[in-house]
Design a protein. Structure first.
Length: 620
């Protein structure tokens, strides 16, 4: 009997030893896996943010060079060797795009800005020399200071005469425009980024939003703020020379940090992202603690589970069949169903996860889902989160919202989320259950129909009714912190063009005017054609600007319209000059309703017509 008890004790001890050994092994393997996984996720997230930066910066500079290219066409028939001819032409580019200033420099570096004023000679500037020699557009590799001691970046575009570059069009960009492109923050705001050149010159660092860091050697700066880790610095230099992307770890006063770098594919620039290793450790701890507990509970309940497996087998077989049918149906329609357990902070999915989360995994923490959605929801649709939050707070039974989401093909698609809250007996929200469906085709079709109904066929500008609708909507919902000017624009001598030169040339004059208005005014402004030769523009300005600045901007815009629309149209026999007359009314100074603003602007236009045309007047 004693021997049996001893043997039973030995068996029990051996069994417990096996369980402890398995748990210990699982914990060691899990710990290593978590560290590697979080580090991999971190590098993936950095890569995604860097790709976002690359796309934003490339799109911005492409747009800016498109603007310079459009302006360069004014010099097609200009004698680039004649300073006076260059000066007359450059003054026509006044107030274009996001540039602080636009100027023209001849091959000797003599420079004149859009106001006709002479600027310092740029002959010794690298970007000027490179543009002259290569006949290629360039971006300065150093931040400069303008006459107001404000940091700027300069873009140069060649003006070619035959096979030679005789002049260079220069556009200066405010440093803040570049800085605003790097305002995406990840890892709870603990990360920041550098933008550096191939030789290590810092163009930008967004670690401190109140201070600018530029024209400092990156390698020296890093070495002075770390523990003299020359091997890592040499690795970065070597990778950048070879145009590779990679990452290294540094130890310094701020602790261990990960530096991930990747080429921007612009000007041989590189993006360097910095993430503190403390963030990775915190994420690891947040995952390991609950998992350790779960592993321990699993070890205790493993025997009970084995006994229950057979009982559950038959039921589980039926459920799996039903789930297979549901997954097939959801995959065909690109839809999924989810359950958000608020107390547990977990989200369980079923259906086609590939189009929304890019994989087959079914269970996620709410922190991961929220971070993924923040990265992928279109910036204009971020208000969706407030809508969802209000639904949970107010215990709304029915929730529905449509928003644009970047899928794992890196394309924005429209999706619709519907759901309902499930409450406990005490009224506290317990769960949120809903579905997500791909409705991109339906929404895009609806938008196409709406756009066709709102647009003028000849110019693709807003038509009269769409202009009135959007302007009234703006005044009701968004105009509180803005000042506005309503421009009513009439083309002078347009009827004479139609009657004398024909409707084809008349249509061309209308399209020319529409294109020029689109260049002069920004995307946030409302531009419309009312029909015939009449246009209407709602210029929207920041309400924080003082009255003197607002008046100056309005007059500059109006004068630019008069200057650019002034064109001659001709056939083989006749030539007719088309100019513009403009009436302007101010919001909220002169009225807060669209109808009254239009009436006053129209009255000012009438006075311009009575006093010689080809001018503008602000209603008084």
């Amino acid at each position: 009997m004693k021997q049996f008890k001893a043997f039973r004790g030995f068996i029990l001890g051996f069994f417990l030893f096996i369980i402890v050994a398995l748990i210990s092994t699982a914990l060691i393997v899990f710990h290593s896996s978590v560290v590697n996984r979080i580090q991999k996720i971190t590098t993936q997230n950095i890569g995604e943010v860097q790709e976002l930066y690359k796309q934003s910066v490339q799109a911005k500079f492409n747009d800016l060079f498109d603007m310079l290219e459009a302006q360069s066409r004014y010099f097609n028939d200009t004698d680039t060797s004649n300073p006076d001819s260059l000066k007359r032409t450059i003054t026509r580019t006044k107030g274009i795009g996001e540039f602080k200033t636009i100027s023209i420099a001849n091959k000797d570096g003599a420079c004149t800005d859009y106001t006709g004023q002479s600027l310092p000679n740029v002959f010794n500037k690298d970007y000027f020399k490179d543009t002259i020699l290569s006949a290629q557009k360039q971006i300065s590799n150093k931040i400069e200071l303008d006459e107001n001691l404000e940091p700027i970046l300069t873009l140069s575009y060649p003006i070619e005469n035959g096979n030679k570059t005789d002049a260079v069009l220069l556009g200066t960009l405010s440093y803040n425009v570049l800085k605003n492109l790097f305002n995406v923050s990840i890892f709870d705001g603990q990360s920041y980024s550098y933008l550096i050149t191939r030789d290590g010159n810092i163009i930008l660092c967004n670690s401190n939003k109140k201070k600018n860091l530029y024209n400092v050697n990156f390698y020296t700066y890093i070495q002075n703020n770390t523990q003299k880790q020359k091997n890592q610095i040499q690795k970065i230099k070597t990778d950048i020379i070879k145009n590779n992307k990679s990452y290294v770890f540094f130890n310094g006063a701020e602790g261990t940090r990960m530096l991930a770098y990747e080429p921007l594919n612009i000007n041989d620039w590189y993006i360097v992202s910095v993430v503190p290793f403390s963030y990775i450790k915190a994420q690891r701890s947040a995952i390991e603690t609950p998992v350790f507990v779960i592993l321990f509970i699993i070890a205790i309940t493993i025997l009970i589970f084995i006994l229950a497996v057979y009982v559950l087998y038959k039921t589980n077989y039926t459920i799996e069949k039903d789930n297979e049918r549901l997954i097939i149906a959801n995959t065909q329609t690109q839809s999924l169903i989810f359950e958000y357990d608020i107390a547990k902070g977990t989200v369980d999915f079923s259906g086609d996860l590939k189009f929304i989360l890019g994989g087959e995994r079914k269970n996620f923490t709410i922190q991961y889902v929220r971070a993924e959605y923040y990265k992928r929801i279109h910036p204009d649709d971020i208000s969706f989160f407030e809508h969802l939050k209000d639904s949970l707070v107010q215990h709304l039974e029915d929730f529905s919202s449509e928003f644009r989401y970047k899928n794992y093909n890196e394309e924005y698609i429209w999706v619709r989320m519907t759901g309902t809250t499930v409450c406990k007996p005490n009224g506290e929200v317990e769960k949120f259950i809903g579905s997500i469906i791909n409705v991109n085709a339906q929404v895009m079709h609806e938008q196409e129909l709406k756009s066709m109904a709102e647009r003028d066929k000849l110019t693709t500008l807003l038509n009269k009714s769409a202009m009135e609708y959007h302007a009234k909507k703006f005044f009701q919902q968004e105009a509180e912190n803005n000042v506005c000017a309503l421009f009513v624009i009439d083309l002078d001598n347009f009827k004479l063009v139609n009657d004398t030169l024909g409707h084809l040339i008349g249509d061309q004059a209308i399209k020319d005017a529409a294109n020029k208005l689109s260049l002069i005014f920004s995307e946030k402004d409302l531009i419309s054609r009312f029909g015939g030769d009449e246009f209407c523009v709602l210029l929207r300005l920041n309400g924080a600007l003082n009255k003197e600045t607002v008046d100056r901007i309005i007059k500059e815009k109006a004068q630019t319209v008069c200057t650019m629309i002034n064109e001659y149209y001709s056939d083989e026999k006749n030539t007719i000059q088309v100019t513009s007359s403009i009436g302007i009314a101010l919001y909220p100074e002169q009225s807060t309703t669209y109808e009254e603003l239009f009436r006053k602007a129209d009255e000012a236009l009438y006075q311009v017509k009575q006093n010689g045309k080809n001018h503008f007047k602000i209603y008084n």
